[in-house]
Design a protein around this ligand. Structure first.
Ligand code: HXC
Length: 257
C-alpha cells in the first residue's frame, strides 16, 4: 500500500511509523487512521517484527483529531458511522508499541499516544485534552485512559481546563515513562523497541496482555490471569532457553523472536 499521511520503515526488528501531515501538525483524519491501521496490521503479520514505534515530528506528535474534517458532521452521521470507533482497532495490535512523542500531543494525539504501550517523550513534548475549548470533550479514550493513567484529579484538571502539561509534569504523573532530548527521541525509542524485539516475542506479547488486563479487571481476576499466563510460559522453548542460558552464564538465543 502506498501511504500519503504516514511514513513506514523497518529498522531491524522494529516497525517505525511516522505521522506525516506536517502542514496540519499531524492532525488525525480518516486517511491517517486508515493508513495507520494498514501499517500496523502489516507489521503485526510480519514475523520479522517484534515491536512498533509510532512517532510524529519534532513540532508535533499529533495536534488532535482533524477539526476541519469533523466540524460539519451531524449527530446522526457521527452515531451511524460510530465516529472514532475505528481507533479501537489500533489498540488490538498485540505486539508491543511505543509512542515516541515530541511537541504537541493534544486531544486525539494524546489519546493515540495513550493507546500505545508506553510513551517516551522529548523534553519539548506537550500533552493535553483541549476538546473543551472546541465545545466538545475527548472522544478517543481521553476521559477513560487518561483517568486510569494519571488519576482523577489530574485528568479532571486537564479535561475541564483544556490546559497543556509539559513533559516533566507528564512524567511526574505517570503518563510518560521517560524523557529524552528531542534530537535523540526516535533513536532512544528504537533502541528500547529493538531491546524488546530481541526478547521472546510470545513472552513480550503475554506480558503486554497481562499489564493491559490490570486496566480492565479486578486485582483478584488480574492476578489469576497473570498466573495462568505465567504457567503457560513453561510450554515455551524460550523459557527453557532463557533459563538454561542464565544457568550456563551465556546470552540466550530465543527461538521465537
Ligand atoms: C486540523 C489543525 C489541527 C487540528 C492544527 N491544525 N491542529 N488542523 N485539526 N487538530 C492546523 C492549523 O489549522 C494550521 O493550518 C496548521 O495546522 C498549523 O497550526 P497553527 O495553529 O498555525 O500552529 P501554532 O500556532 O503553532 O499552534 C499549534 C497548536 C494549535 C497550539 C497545536 O494548532 C492548536 O491549538 N491546534 C488544535 C489543538 C486541538 O484543539 N486539538 C484537539 C482536537 S479535537 P493552516 O491551514 O491554518 O496553516 C480532538 C478530539 C475531538 O482531538 C473529540 C471530539 C468528539
Amino acid at each position: 500500500m502506498a501511504y500519503e499521511t504516514i511514513l513506514v520503515e523497518t529498522r531491524g526488528k522494529v516497525g517505525l511509523i511516522t505521522l506525516n501531515r506536517p502542514k496540519a501538525l499531524n492532525a488525525l483524519n480518516s486517511q491517517v487512521l486508515k493508513e495507520l491501521l494498514a501499517a500496523t496490521r502489516a507489521f503485526e503479520a510480519d514475523d520479522g517484527i517484534g515491536c512498533l514505534v509510532v512517532t510524529g515530528s519534532e513540532k508535533a506528535f499529533a495536534a488532535g483529531a482533524d477539526i476541519k474534517e469533523m466540524q460539519a458532521k451531524s449527530y446522526v452521521e457521527a452515531y451511524l458511522e460510530d465516529f472514532f470507533a475505528g481507533w479501537e482497532d489500533f489498540t488490538r495490535c498485540r505486539k508491543p508499541m511505543i509512542a515516541a512523542v515530541a511537541g504537541y500531543a493534544l486531544g486525539g494525539g494524546c489519546e493515540l499516544a495513550m493507546m500505545c504501550d508506553f510513551i517516551i517523550a522529548a523534553d519539548n513534548a506537550k500533552f493535553g485534552q483541549p476538546e473543551i475549548t472546541l465545545g466538545v470533550m475527548p472522544g478517543m479514550g481521553g476521559s477513560q485512559r487518561l483517568t486510569r493513567f494519571v488519576g482523577k484529579a489530574k485528568a479532571m484538571d486537564l479535561v475541564l481546563t483544556g490546559r497543556m502539561m509539559d513533559a516533566a509534569e507528564a512524567e511526574r504523573c505517570g503518563l510518560v515513562s521517560r524523557i529524552v532530548a528531542p534530537e535523540v527521541l526516535v533513536e532512544e525509542a528504537l533502541k528500547a523497541a529493538q531491546k524488546i524485539a530481541d526478547f521472546s516475542l510470545p513472552a513480550a506479547m503475554m506480558a503486554k496482555e497481562a499489564v493491559n488486563r490490570a486496566y480492565e479487571t479486578t486485582l483478584a481476576e488480574g492476578l489469576r490471569f497473570e498466573r495462568r499466563l505465567f504457567h503457560s510460559m513453561f510450554a515455551l522453548e524460550d523459557q527453557k532457553e532463557g533459563m538454561a542460558a542464565f544457568a550456563e552464564k551465556r546470552k540466550p538465543n530465543f527461538v521465537n523472536r
